[in-house]
Design a protein around this ligand. Structure first.
Ligand code: RB5
Length: 148
């Protein structure tokens, strides 16, 4: 397993229970986890939490972000509107591995209505334990920050 990291986690109401389980699991693994909410099951809007977690990842307050909503789609779209964020929406670990090795993803998003906690943990493990390969991928990742 990787060295302990600072990891932010956020969701909307649809992924509240998954967020709690993943937060406790990450803490058990020794990571420092910032839970950006929400704290209750009250209905919220996923863009608010997608922007919030994208901000702390972009600022470098945390090294990685885990964003959750019902499908994983809405919160990933919101997070990716921050140009410093590369958020990969994943449902299985191979995609999470490529998100790191080829895309240098600094966030992943997952859907609580799509996958269960064990698959989500496998995705996070791949996301945290895979290094960016650099090389030809660096040029492509650089272009993501400079669309023209
Ligand atoms: C909330 O009902 C749902 O739309 C949200 O969790 C997410 O799936 C959006 O992409």
């Amino acid at each position: 397993m990787c060295e302990p990291m600072k990891i932010a986690i956020a969701s909307d109401h649809a992924a509240l229970d998954l967020k709690a389980e993943l937060r406790e699991w990450l803490i058990e693994l020794g990571h420092e986890v910032a839970d950006l909410g929400p704290d209750t099951a009250e209905s919220v809007d996923y863009p608010d939490y997608g922007y919030k977690i994208a901000d702390v990842v972009a600022e470098g307050t945390v090294e990685r972000g885990v964003a959750l909503c019902g499908s994983g789609l809405g919160i990933s779209i919101a997070a990716n509107r921050n140009p410093a964020v590369r958020c990969a929406m994943v449902s299985e670990p191979l995609s999470a591995t490529f998100a790191r090795s080829h895309n240098d993803a600094n966030m992943i998003a997952m859907g609580a209505r799509i996958i269960g906690p064990e698959m989500a943990k496998a995705c996070i493990a791949a996301f945290l334990n895979t290094e960016f390969e650099g090389g030809r991928h660096q040029r492509r990742v650089d272009k993501l920050s400079n669309p023209s």
